[in-house]
Design a protein around this ligand. Structure first.
Ligand code: NCD
Length: 307
């Protein structure tokens, strides 16, 4: 059997993503039906970079499917610290586990790892490149909030240069229809050309770029806020200068649509005031919950388990 991996969101067709969303929605409605689906299966979470939600949602997902988990949450506690290559670490773990979710600071590391693995590899974030399982989480949340993945205006705000979640989500949405993109960032943190030219323009999508969140706000149906990615900066002074460029607060939301859906992959630092959490348009805590259900659906799919 050919092993399927999830390295880039386009590894799945849009029909496969729709099916994953349908499974996740069925899991939400009927959790008991799935509770033993992965009994005797093991998930390894190999995190060479910090994480709270992604790693724990994978572990919680596997446990909710009746499976077990193993792994490490920092490179220092693995043989990487002795100089072992990622390829050898993955090869080793694929001798124990049935499926592996890995996060790595180097772009392309999960893709390289997939060549030495005997089991499915899931990219849980590679540097500033991609984050396909966050994208599945975002798509499930948009689907649940709006009832569809088509015909809306989305604003991506913050660090569009280094934010891997925005790269993957823009890529996924440019396979839908009727999406208009508004990129809101300081000049230093603009959406990379490879996404604008080779993904959006190549697929016939329009986008606009602005530095003003206030100006963009009234036209947005979805607002995707992001953190300035401190760990990807070469120089601390630049990070300090840019980190608080955008702070979403109740005052800025006065100009927003009533049915706006506010997303954030989290963790937030300062970019969304805590007071916004009480606004019914704040969907980021629902997004956290959805991350577990879509990962349950993903594990089932990659293991070829039908319930
Ligand atoms: C994101 C990530 O790791 O890229 N977090 C997440 O997985 N939910 C966003 C971030 O760290 O800013």
């Amino acid at each position: 059997m050919n092993i399927r991996h999830l390295i880039d969101i386009t590894d799945f067709t849009t029909a496969e993503i729709d099916a994953l969303i349908a499974t996740a929605e069925d899991i939400i409605e009927n959790p008991a039906k799935y509770q033993d689906a992965c009994s005797h299966k093991q998930l390894a979470t190999l995190f060479f970079e910090p994480s709270t939600r992604t790693r724990l949602s994978f572990e919680s997902a596997m446990l909710a499917l009746g499976g077990t988990v193993l792994g490490f949450s920092e490179a220092a506690s693995s043989s990487t610290a002795k100089g072992e290559t990622v390829m050898d670490t993955i090869h080793t773990v694929s001798c124990y586990a049935d499926i592996i979710a890995m996060r790595h600071p180097k772009e392309g590391a999960p893709f390289a790892a997939s060549f030495s693995s005997e089991v499915p590899i899931i990219n849980a974030g590679d540097g500033s490149h991609n984050h396909p399982t966050q994208t599945l989480t975002d798509l499930l949340t948009i689907h649940r909030e709006r009832g569809s993945l088509d015909n809306f205006t989305i604003g991506f705000c913050g660090d569009l240069k280094f934010g891997r979640t925005v790269h993957s989500l823009a890529n996924a949405l440019s396979r839908q229809t009727g999406i208009h993109f508004v990129f809101i960032s300081p000049d230093e943190l603009k959406m990379p050309d490879h996404i604008k030219h080779h993904v959006l323009e190549a697929r016939g999508f329009s986008y606009e770029e602005t530095t003003s969140l206030e100006e963009a706000m009234p036209k947005l149906d979805v607002l995707y806020m992001t953190r300035v990615q401190k760990e990807r900066f070469f120089n601390e002074a630049d990070y300090i200068r840019l980190k608080d460029t955008y702070i979403l607060d109740p005052e800025k939301l006065v100009a927003a649509k009533k049915e706006l859906c506010i997303l954030h992959p989290l963790p937030r630092v300062n970019e969304i005031a805590v007071a916004v959490d009480a606004d019914p348009r704040a969907c980021y805590w629902k997004q956290v919950k959805n991350g577990k259900y879509i990962r349950m659906a993903l594990i089932l799919k990659l293991l070829g388990i039908e319930v």
